[in-house]
Design a protein around this ligand. Sequence first.
Ligand code: HEC
Length: 178
Amino acid sequence: MGRSWGRLLARVAGYGFLVVLVLAALAITFTVGWRPVIGAKKRALTSRQFEVTPARLQRGDYLVHAVMHCMGCHTKYDRQQNPPVLASQEGSGQVLFEEGSLRIIAPNITSDRETGIGKWSEQDIVNLLKDGQTPDFDFVGGAMSAVVNDTAQLTDADRKAIAVFLKSVPAKPFGGKG
Ligand code: HEC
């Protein structure tokens, strides 16, 4: 009697465990998906470029500066100055926060080939704005993933305009500490 109760319990616990596993698998499949577990889908750098038109440049300039405020994070400040964002450093990135070994950086988004995104095509920029994935097979985190969420409200034409405008910003080395 005692033994068969024990077996029954073990069997129920075993099925319970299986059910939990299956539910967990389903939950992952239908929520965050398996990418965080198995890693990003590889996507190499592309070479796709878009035609540079005055309308695109103007629309991109407007979206970058007045709507998405890309340069507010990706450019150093001088708080003594008005406006504080340093035009000469536009897009060259900055150290947003540094404490001990923790360093949060808004990277250089000018076309500098060493420290910026000079190796990215316009299509790579559009892809990042769409799904948060960079050509390094990495996902942007933190503040930038919130920006990617916001860009969901833009159209593809808007994302292309942003990419074309970013490519027109003069390349500079990383801005460093603001
Ligand atoms: C609130 C601050 C903030 C704003 C606004 C912002 N970014 Fe970012 N961005 C970041 C941070 C922080 C990272 C680094 C994320 C990481 O390393 O995971 C980043 C990463 C990037 C990268 C990847 C660079 C690389 O070398 O991997 C690109 C490109 C980029 N941002 C472009 C933009 C564009 C275009 C906009 C406007 C549409 C924008 N960002 C707005 C903070 C911001």
